[in-house]
Design a protein around this ligand. Structure first.
Ligand SMILES: *Cc1c(COP(=O)(O)O)cnc(C)c1O
Length: 365
């Protein structure tokens, strides 16, 4: 039986990558802000429409470091419906996450519930453009201004997206992206932080390199978040083909939508007209009462036929084992409900229409 996994990494052709890494063999400069690193930084500033870009060895360290560089304290309002990385990045900075419920239609943070959670200890909002559904950035900006809060976007799912023509990287004090092998754009492992304040960038880059402002000035308790040259070279290759990658994914999503729309008990995300999407994920929410089978039953039928969908995101992050009963006080009925019923279906650039047809026919049967 042929296996269809939830995702498959896109690759440049072998020769293209070899050509890109040749100079690294000549220079023997393998990491620490080398030529490929600096080239990719410039290209991403341009592509993402960001004033400043700092590359990282992965998206998680970009987020953790981005939060540290803001010098926050106390409480941070955030979403429970995300990859566990978002919550860990807050907790690992010794900040207390305060979980806000999500919208029923796009699963991003429900901005109407943020203000009730603000206390004198609140210092920031960490929101996530989950599945590439952009948050209500205007409302979040208004709330943040009114209460003097910083805004951090985990934009790991939003590479290359725009909102009314503005790149997703432009919102908040800082936005982070992930270039993990499973993401729309990848550098094997990698990530970046985008921001406009230059002084913030100095601090961020110092923390990225063990807290060193110079060889003798170690001004921050830093980490090692640098991107190496081989990853940067992979990023440069993949960025050349990004429009093709997104268009291929779009074709797959259109096929899925046509087959699964207007089915009782199946809810798909609505696309908004002012957002240019990257088609990173295809989440489907099952309502057992109307559909006849629940999410876990559908997932099992697919797996029995070699199709491996994933429960992104289950459990909601405050219910992760490591947090025990620390976060049980938060009322998160919508995040709970979506998390129990959502399944992300296989989606990648080279998935064929026959494969999508096979997946949809299994679900509809
Ligand atoms: C992938 C992802 C991350 C972490 O990125 P890595 O590059 O894997 O470290 C963080 N947040 C979200 C929402 C993600 O999907």
């Amino acid at each position: 039986m042929k296996k269809i996994n939830v995702t498959q990494s896109s690759m440049p052709v072998f020769e293209e990558y070899i050509e890109e890494i040749k100079p690294i063999f000549e220079s023997r400069w393998l990491t620490n802000m080398g030529e490929k690193h600096n080239e990719l930084t410039k290209q991403l500033q341009n592509y993402l429409g960001a004033e400043n870009v700092s590359l990282f060895c992965n998206g998680h360290l970009a987020l953790e470091t981005a939060i540290q560089a803001l010098g926050l304290s106390g409480e941070v309002i955030t979403t429970p419906f995300t990859f566990i990385s978002t919550t860990h990045a807050i907790v690992r900075n010794n900040l207390a996450p305060v979980f806000c419920d999500i919208n029923e239609d796009d699963y991003t943070i429900d901005v109407s519930k943020i203000e009730d959670l603000i206390t004198e200890k609140t210092s920031a909002i960490v929101a996530v453009h989950v599945y590439g559904n952009l948050c209500d950035v205007g409302a979040i900006e208004k709330i943040a201004k009114k209460h003097g809060l910083k805004v951090i976007y985990d934009a790991a799912h939003s590479f290359g997206q725009t909102y009314n023509g503005t790149g997703a990287a432009a919102f908040g004090d800082v936005s982070i992206f992930s270039f993990h092998a499973t993401k729309v754009f990848h550098s094997i492992e990698g990530g970046c932080a985008c921001y406009s304040a230059a002084d913030y960038g100095k601090k961020l880059d110092a923390i990225r390199n063990f807290g060193m402002y110079s060889q003798e000035d170690i001004g921050e308790v830093g980490t090692n978040g640098k991107m190496n040259e081989f990853s940067a070279a992979m990023g440069i290759c993949n960025l050349r083909h990004i429009e093709d990658e997104i268009n291929k994914r779009k074709r797959a999503v259109i096929y899925y939508r046509n087959r699964l729309k207007n089915i009782k008990g199946i809810k798909l995300c609505k696309e908004k007209e002012n957002i240019k999407y990257n088609y990173a994920y295809f989440p489907v929410v099952f309502d057992k009462c109307k559909f006849g089978k629940d999410r876990d039953e559908v997932m099992k039928i697919l797996a029995d036929n070699g199709v491996f969908a994933r429960k992104y995101f289950y459990p909601i992050t405050p219910k992760a084992e490591c947090y025990k009963d620390e976060f049980l006080q938060f009322s998160l009925p919508i995040a709970d409900e979506i998390s129990k019923n959502v399944l992300t279906l296989p989606l990648y650039a080279d998935i064929t229409e026959e494969e999508i047809e096979f997946i949809c026919s299994l679900i509809l049967r």
